[in-house]
Write a protein that binds this ligand. Structure first.
Ligand code: EPU
Length: 353
């Protein structure tokens, strides 16, 4: 229930089941709705909440809740979409961190500003997109990123970070890295992203080199699809192989695609000639984790109420009533069997807590 006397919207004993895309049960003792930078400062100045540990929650699409959080949960609900600059070389759009990512993609296309079409239908919020540098069909957020605003959860100061400061990597950024001695950049748990600015380059440069897109081009005979067509194709491809979190709880790919040395890749190909692998510019190889899990026979298998999606082995799903512990037990069993057969340790993509 919101507390009327507080300028902050605070819920007590808030059920988080509908606020995480896996649909896992957990209760936040305190959940604060963050609608502006000022709300963050109000939290920091609050006699009870100011010094309490905090957990930032966006769309909850990259999180496996295994317990009731002991932290105060800050739910990011900063809204708004606007064009901030129309340059000769790009449109720069600014989007509130609380907006749904897919709606932002659709909005830019409706305005006639292409560039995000390959990233259609990714669940989660705009504020969560830089945290794990979302990517799909040959494009990563980092490729379209201009800058973001974040509020420090320690000082309440607003900072603007460019791509370098965000230290984007494969499903990684400074926001996922913990601060350690000698690593002052790690911002995990230390800041709350409020707005993200994206750069949509002009003229539009389509990215059509991903196998699934090339297949559609061949099937339709359309060798030069426009942005709207790529958007429609990506939506159709995703709907065909990925579960909709509104229907089946999930967090997208559960593991990152592992990177191995050329020697290790050759060794695995020697034993499993069909393994799906992609060369990287540095001479190493990225392996398809979905293929590895599939090869170990996990597709469609369950442990309790957690399961492996029958159309994409990289996606773990809530078969109905799963707990976070069941998801983690299933994930560990998959890691062990992939390690046993291929000698590769799969690393989870979502944050387990
Ligand atoms: N594969 C199998 N069996 C499976 C699943 C996949 O053999 O059960 C094979 C496929 O046949 C394909 C290869 O593995 O040859 C790769 O599969 P896919 O194209 O579906 O992509 P992915 O590597 O599994 C990655 C991203 C997705 C992103 C797609 C498309 C990661 C961890 N995942 O998946 O991102 O949508 O590429 O670009 O990098 C996410 O991060 O949550 C996510 C969904």
């Amino acid at each position: 229930m919101p507390i009327a006397s507080s300028p902050l919207a605070i819920d007590r004993a808030a059920n988080l089941r509908a606020l995480n895309s896996f649909g896992l049960p957990a209760v936040a003792h305190t959940l604060v709705h963050i609608r502006s930078d000022a709300d963050v400062r109000r939290v920091l100045d609050h006699p009870e909440l100011g010094r309490a540990p905090k957990l930032v929650l966006g769309g909850g699409s990259n999180l496996v809740l295994t317990r009731d959080p002991s932290e105060v949960v800050l739910r990011v609900e900063v809204m708004g979409k606007r064009l901030v600059a129309e340059r000769e070389d790009a449109w720069i759009v600014e989007i509130g961190a609380g907006e749904a990512w897919h709606d932002a993609v659709a909005w830019t296309l409706d305005q006639g500003w292409p560039g995000l079409e390959n990233l259609a239908l990714i669940p989660g919020t705009v504020g969560a997109a830089p945290v794990q540098n979302i990517g799909a069909y040959g494009v990563e957020l980092a490729d379209r990123f201009e800058s973001l605003d974040a509020v420090s959860l320690v000082t309440g100061r607003v900072v603007t970070l460019d791509a370098r400061a965000c230290a984007f990597g494969y499903r990684d950024s400074v926001f996922k890295q913990a601060a350690q001695p000698g690593n002052f950049g790690g911002l995990a748990g230390k800041s709350l992203i409020t707005r993200v600015r994206l750069r949509l380059s002009r003229p539009w440069q389509p990215v059509r080199s991903y196998l699934d897109i090339e297949r559609r081009m061949a099937e339709t005979g359309n060798a030069a699809p426009d942005a709207r067509t790529i958007f429609d194709w990506v939506c159709a491809i995703r709907r065909a192989k990925l579960p909709d979190p509104a229907e089946i709880g999930n967090a997208g790919s559960f593991f990152k695609n592992p990177v191995v040395s050329a020697e290790q890749c050759r060794d695995i190909i020697g034993r499993d000639p069909h393994i799906v692998h992609y060369p990287l510019p540095d001479g190493r190889f990225k392996l398809a984790a979905g293929w590895l899990i599939d090869a170990c026979g996990w597709k469609g298998k369950r442990v309790g109420n957690a399961g492996v999606y029958e159309r994409q082995a990289l996606v773990l799903v809530n078969c109905g009533g799963a707990t976070g512990a069941e998801v983690v037990t299933l994930a560990r069993a998959i890691q062990e069997s992939v390690y046993g057969r291929f000698g590769i340790r799969l690393e989870p993509e979502p944050v387990l807590m």
